[in-house]
Design a protein around this ligand. Structure first.
Ligand SMILES: [Zn+2]
Ligand SMILES: [Zn+2]
Length: 181
């Protein structure tokens, strides 16, 4: 994810170059392939990197606890500040922004850290492996996406007998009413 910008640092303010980027980034303990396009623009003080990148990270489903690949779209926009003057080679003062990204002394931008941070922010708080994920049986922990478990019928039985009791009771009421008429 490294781009040499020495030529662009010499270019006039507002000049734009497009780069296709692809590479592996470590996100949340796993390696993710990242691909996309980045537009680099020379500003009066920096190189502005702007682009849309696509990746997939392995996360745990919040319902069934299964691992799955969650696709992420990253709209990256970050400024990179030179620390060395590209013409004279002299050191430049760091910008006042804390924890900003810099262009190293070889005039190379490394997008990896920015991409990692954007990817971490893009991971949903409660990821779902699919929208209708059936989750786990609260009784035995079986993954209900793989079909029903053995403890479903006993759970269903009392429910049905309750219903039939109600049905019998209402029959009785109807019959009693008929008797009083
Ligand atoms: Zn799930
Ligand atoms: Zn079960």
């Amino acid at each position: 994810m490294r781009i040499n910008v020495s030529q662009q640092l010499k270019a006039s303010i507002g000049s734009i170059r497009n780069y296709g980027v692809s590479g592996i980034v470590n996100v949340a303990g796993g390696k993710s392939m990242v691909q996309g396009e980045v537009k680099l623009m020379r500003t009066d003080r920096s190189i502005l990197a702007k682009g849309t990148l696509h990746t997939e990270v392995e996360v745990t489903c919040s319902r069934c606890l299964g691992l799955f690949g969650c696709p992420l779209t990253l709209n990256v926009e970050e400024e990179y500040f030179p620390i060395t003057d590209v013409v004279s080679g002299a050191s430049l003062p760091l910008p006042e922004e804390p924890s900003c990204f810099t262009i190293d002394e070889h005039h190379v931008i490394d997008l990896t850290e920015a991409i990692r941070q954007y990817a971490l922010l893009a991971i949903p708080m409660k990821p779902l492996c699919r929208e209708d994920c059936a989750g786990l049986c609260p009784n035995c922990g079986h993954n209900l996406n793989q079909g029903p478990c053995d403890c479903l019928p006993p759970e269903a039985e009392p429910h049905w007998s309750e219903l039939s009791k109600l049905a019998l009771a209402s029959d009785k009421v109807v019959n009693e009413q008929k008797g009083t008429e």
